[in-house]
Design a protein around this ligand. Structure first.
Ligand code: PEP
Ligand code: MG
Length: 845
C-alpha cells in the first residue's frame, strides 16, 4: 500500500486519515468538504513529525511555498484522538520587521506591536523555552528582540522558514516528553501514538471594519443541554475572546450589543455551520472563527470540550435525534467516564471542619485515611481501605498510587501541576497547592498551623470541587444520576449479553446496587455482617468458647441476627439471585490486637485478662491468609456454617411462604479439595431438609464453590460434580497464583511495574496470561464434568472492562463487582456486545 505523503494540502480529495494526520486535520478536511470557509491548510503526517523529533527535517521550503509570500501561519497539533492532548497552537509565524511595518501602515502601530510582541513571546517562551520573566510586561517588540538576542546570541529570526522549523521541531519534541506521554497513556493512547500537525494561513483578526475572533458552540459544556455558548472579541486572535471579561456574546448579550446585532448574517452562517457539523460530523463541535472586514473564516472545530455529564447527555441526545445510533452512543462513552457522574459531593448544609484551602484541582469528594506514599496507597487499596494520598507534589512514579487513592492532596502545584492533570484524567478528587500544610515525610506527619498533628492513618476528607481539606469524615450527598445517565444505562441493559451483579454485604450496599439496576448479588461476604459492636461481642464469645456447647449457645444468639440480615437482603432484592458466601476470614481477625482491647474483651466476657491473652495467642497463625480460614473453618467448626445455612434457609422459607420466592445461592470459600465440598454439602443439605420439615415449606437453593485456589481450578472437574456453580474469586486466586500477598504487594508493586516485571498490578487488572489460564482451565474442566454449570467471576476485577471482555468470551453467566462499578461494568459489557473489538477509526473526530 502506498504510504500517505508527509505533507498534504487539505482539499476535499486529499488522502488524509485520522490515523496518519490526526483528528484535527481529518476534521478540517470534513469542514472543507462541507464547503465551509476554511483558510488554506496543510497537514503533516505523524511519520513526518516523528522523524522531525529525531532531527530529520522535511522540506520546509516546499511547505512555505504552498502559501503566499507575506502570509502569516499558525500551527496546531493534530493527534489521532483529541483527548490525548498535545502542544498548544502557535500563531503568527512569519511575523518579522517588514510585516510588522506593513501592519502598522494598514492597521496602526498598536495593532502591529501587539501582534509582533505576542509572536516573539510565544516563540521565545513556548518554542525555545526561554525564561518567561524576560518577556514579561511592560515591554515593546524592540526590547523583546534585544532580550532574545541577549539570550540566544543571535538576532530574532526574520525568515519564515527558520521560524517554522523551530516551531514544528519544538512541537514534535514536546509530544515525545515523558509527562505528555504518561498523560495520554492514562487516557488510553497506545505507547506509539503519533502526532500530526496542521499548518494554516492566518486569518488575522486584526484590521478594518468588523474584524476579530471568537469561539462558539451550541451546547453547554457542563450539562450538554442545547445552549449557545461563546464569545467574540473585536481586534483579537485565536481564543483570546474566552479570557476577556468584556468579550461580546454571540447572539444576544444582556449587557449590551452582541455580535449578532451587528453581523446577523455571519452569526446565522455560524449557527448553520454548527447545525451542519452536528448532522454530518455527528458531533457537537466548538468552532473557532474570525471575521475579517465582515468575512467569516472557520479556522478550526474541535469536539466541544465537556464534562462527563455533558458527554453522556450529548451522546444520548444525538442518538435520540437519530444523528447516531444507540449503539454508537454506547460506544462513545468511555466506561470510566461514568465514575465522574457518580462522584459524591460534601453536603453543603452539613458540618465542615475545614483544615485548609487549596486549589480545586479535580472534582468530587472522598474521605479516607492519610497515606504519604504511593506504596502505602496501593497497600491500603489492596485491603479495600479508602485512603487520601498526601504528597508535597507528585511525579510520574506516583501514578500507580494515584490510581489506588480515593483522593489526592498536594502541598505544592496548581491547576496544571502533575497531580492536578493526572487526577482530573483519572477522575480522582484532588486538591493541589494546599500550601498551609506542613508535611514531614520522614516522621509521616501533616501539620496545619493551630491544629493537631495528623499522622498516617488519621482520617481526613477532601473536597476536590471546593479545594478544601477537612478533618475527619464529612456528610456526603450521593450524586444525582437521572436523565441521560439513566437512559444510557437502560440502553446498556438492553444491549449487553453478560450479567452484572454486585458484591454487596449489607442492606445499604444492596440498596445502592439496586439503584444501579443490578441483576443480583454475586458475592455477599457474610463476615462483614459481624462488625457491628453487639454482634462482635457475641462473635467473640463464640470464638472463645472452648466447649462445643458454649459455642452453640453463642451461635444460637447469632442465628436470629443472621436470619434478619438475609430476610432483609431477600426482601430488597425481590427475587433476584443472592449469592451468599459462608464465613471466610481467619477467626483472629475478630479479636483485639492491643492491650486496651484485650482488657475490654476480658471485661465483656467476664474472664481474666491473662486467659484472654493466652487464647488470642493460641489463635495466632504464622500465615493467617493460608491458615484456618474459609472452608477449613467450616470443616473444623461445623457449627458456624450450620448456623449460617439455617439462617439462610429460614429466611428463604419465610420469603417463600410470604409469596416472594427466592433462589438463594450458597457459596463455599477457599476450597481446594473435592472432599471439602462433599462434607459441607452433606451438612448444608441436611439443614435444608430440617428447615423444610420444621417450616413445612419447600424451597430451592443452589450450593456452589468459590474457585480461589489454584488447586480448585485444576480440580474443577471433580469439584463441579457437587456444585451448582463455580465462581472465580480472582483476588485470592491472583494472590495464590503469584504467591504474592494481596496485603503487602503495594510495597513493591511500583518498582515491579516500572521495571516491566508486571505489565500492570495484577490485583487491579486481571493477569490474563497466568490467572486467566487457570480460569479458562477451571471453566473447561468444570463444564466437561457438568455441562451447563453456571460460571462467574467475583473478585475486584469484576468491574474492569478487560476482565468483563475475558469473562464474556469465556461464556461466564455474570461478573460481580462493587456497587459503584456497576454502571461502568454495564456500559463496558454493552460495548462488547456491540463491537467486541472496537478500535479507533477515521470516523472518530
Ligand atoms: C476473592 O478472593 O476474589 C474474593 C472475592 O474474596 P475476598 O476478596 O473476600 O477474599
Ligand atoms: Mg477470597
Amino acid at each position: 500500500m502506498p504510504q500517505p505523503p508527509d505533507m498534504l494540502q487539505i482539499t476535499p480529495t486529499a488522502a488524509i486519515t485520522a490515523r496518519q494526520h490526526g483528528s484535527r486535520a481529518k476534521c478540517l478536511q470534513r469542514l472543507v468538504r462541507l464547503d465551509l470557509p476554511v483558510p488554506l491548510s496543510v497537514a503533516l503526517s505523524s511519520d513526518a513529525v516523528r522523524r522531525l523529533a529525531k532531527g530529520d527535517m522535511p522540506d520546509f521550503q516546499a511547505l512555505a511555498a504552498t502559501f503566499e509570500a507575506g502570509d502569516l501561519l499558525s500551527v496546531r497539533g493534530s493527534s489521532q484522538s483529541a483527548d490525548w492532548g498535545g502542544p498548544g497552537a502557535v500563531l503568527n509565524i512569519g511575523m518579522n520587521d517588514a510585516i510588522a511595518a506593513r501592519i502598522a501602515t494598514d492597521h496602526g502601530q498598536d495593532a502591529a506591536d501587539a501582534l509582533y510582541l505576542s509572536f516573539i513571546r510565544a516563540y521565545a517562551v513556548d518554542v525555545l523555552r526561554l525564561d518567561e520573566d524576560l518577556f514579561a510586561d511592560p515591554i515593546t517588540p524592540r526590547i523583546a528582540k534585544l532580550q532574545f538576542e541577549d539570550e540566544m546570541e543571535e538576532p530574532f529570526p526574520q525568515d519564515i522558514v527558520s521560524q517554522l522549523t523551530e516551531v514544528l521541531r519544538s512541537m514534535a519534541r514536546a509530544w515525545e516528553g515523558t509527562t505528555a506521554r504518561l498523560l495520554r497513556q492514562a487516557k488510553g493512547a497506545p505507547a506509539d501514538a503519533g502526532l500530526g500537525l496542521v499548518v494554516q494561513r492566518m486569518a488575522l483578526g486584526i484590521g478594518r471594519g468588523e474584524t476579530g475572533a471568537g469561539v462558539v458552540q451550541y451546547v453547554s459544556a457542563d450539562t450538554g443541554e442545547a445552549q449557545i455558548t461563546g464569545r467574540y472579541l473585536p481586534q483579537s486572535q485565536g481564543r483570546a475572546a474566552l479570557s476577556e471579561a468584556d468579550a461580546q456574546f454571540i447572539e444576544q448579550d444582556p449587557r449590551g450589543i452582541a455580535l449578532g446585532d451587528r453581523s446577523p448574517d455571519q452569526v446565522a452562517a455560524l449557527r448553520e455551520a454548527g447545525r451542519l457539523m452536528r448532522q454530518r460530523l455527528r458531533e457537537e463541535m466548538q468552532i473557532e472563527f474570525t471575521l475579517m472586514e465582515g468575512r467569516l473564516a472557520i479556522l478550526d472545530a474541535v469536539k466541544v470540550p465537556r464534562s462527563a455529564r455533558a458527554e453522556v447527555r450529548i451522546a444520548v441526545d444525538l442518538a435520540q435525534d437519530e444523528v447516531i445510533t444507540r449503539s454508537e452512543a454506547l460506544l462513545r462513552i468511555a466506561p470510566f467516564t461514568l465514575n465522574q457522574l457518580m462522584h459524591r459531593q460534601i453536603n453543603p448544609d452539613g458540618a465542615r471542619d475545614v483544615l485548609t484551602q487549596g486549589i480545586s484541582a479535580a472534582p468530587g469528594a472522598a474521605t479516607g485515611k492519610i497515606v504519604f506514599s504511593a506504596a502505602a496507597a496501593q497497600a491500603a487499596a489492596a485491603q479495600d481501605e479508602a485512603c487520601i494520598l498526601v504528597r508535597r507534589e507528585t511525579s510520574p512514579e506516583d501514578i500507580r498510587g494515584m490510581h489506588a487513592a480515593d483522593a489526592i492532596v498536594t502541598e505544592r502545584g496548581g491547576m496544571t501541576s502533575h497531580a492536578a492533570v493526572i487526577a482530573r484524567g483519572l477522575g480522582v478528587p484532588c486538591v493541589s497547592g494546599a500550601t498551609q500544610l506542613q508535611l514531614d515525610m520522614r516522621k509521616k506527619t501533616l501539620t496545619v498551623p493551630g491544629r493537631k498533628v495528623f499522622h498516617e492513618g488519621d482520617i481526613i476528607t477532601v473536597d476536590g470541587s471546593s479545594g478544601e481539606v477537612l478533618a475527619g469524615v464529612a456528610e456526603m450527598i450521593e450524586p444525582n444520576m437521572g436523565g441521560a445517565f439513566a437512559t444510557l444505562l437502560d440502553w446498556a441493559d438492553q444491549t449487553r449479553d453478560i450479567g452484572i451483579r454486585a458484591n454487596a454485604d449489607t442492606p445499604e450496599d444492596a440498596r445502592l446496587a439496586l439503584k444501579f439496576g443490578v441483576d443480583g448479588i454475586g458475592l455477599c461476604r457474610t463476615e462483614h455482617m459481624f462488625f457491628d459492636p453487639i454482634r462482635l461481642t457475641v462473635m467473640r464469645e463464640m470464638i472463645f468458647a472452648e466447649e462445643a456447647a458454649d459455642r452453640a449457645a453463642a451461635l444460637d444468639r447469632l442465628l436470629p441476627m443472621q436470619r434478619a440480615d438475609f430476610t432483609e437482603l431477600f426482601q430488597l432484592m425481590q427475587g433476584k439471585p443472592v449469592c451468599i458466601r459462608l464465613f471466610d476470614p481467619p477467626l483472629h481477625e475478630f479479636l483485639p490486637g492491643d492491650r486496651d482491647g484485650i482488657r475490654a474483651l476480658a471485661e465483656a466476657l467476664d474472664l481474666p485478662v491473662s486467659r484472654v491473652a493466652t487464647r488470642i495467642e493460641h489463635l495466632q497463625e504464622f500465615n493467617p491468609m493460608l491458615g484456618l480460614r474459609g472452608v477449613r473453618l467450616g470443616i473444623t467448626m461445623p457449627e458456624i456454617y450450620e448456623m449460617q445455612a439455617r439462617a439462610i434457609f429460614e429466611a428463604t422459607a419465610a420469603a417463600t411462604s410470604a409469596g416472594n420466592p427466592v433462589l438463594a445461592e450458597i457459596m463455599i470459600p477457599l476450597v481446594s479439595a473435592k472432599r471439602e465440598v462433599e462434607l459441607i454439602k452433606d451438612r448444608v443439605d441436611a439443614i435444608a431438609a430440617s428447615v423444610r420439615n420444621e417450616t413445612g415449606q419447600d424451597f430451592d437453593y443452589r450450593l456452589g464453590v468459590m474457585v480461589e485456589t489454584p488447586r480448585a481450578a485444576l480440580r474443577a472437574g471433580e469439584i463441579a460434580e457437587h456444585s451448582a456453580f463455580l465462581s472465580f474469586g480472582t483476588n485470592d486466586l491472583t494472590q495464590m497464583t503469584y504467591g504474592l500477598s494481596r496485603d503487602d504487594a503495594g510495597r513493591f508493586m511500583s518498582p515491579y511495574v516500572n521495571q516491566g516485571v508486571f505489565k500492570e498490578d495484577p490485583f487491579q487488572r486481571l493477569d490474563m496470561d497466568g490467572v486467566g489460564e487457570l480460569l479458562l482451565l477451571g471453566a473447561a474442566r468444570g463444564r466437561a464434568a457438568k455441562p451447563g454449570i453456571m460460571l462467574s467471576l467475583c473478585g475486584e476485577h469484576g468491574g474492569d472492562p478487560d476482565s468483563i471482555a475475558f469473562s464474556r468470551e469465556a461464556g461466564f453467566t455474570y461478573v460481580s463487582c462493587s456497587p459503584f462499578r456497576v454502571p461502568v461494568a454495564k456500559l463496558a459489557a454493552a460495548q462488547l456486545a456491540v463491537a467486541p473489538t472496537q478500535t479507533l477509526s477515521d470516523s472518530d473526530i
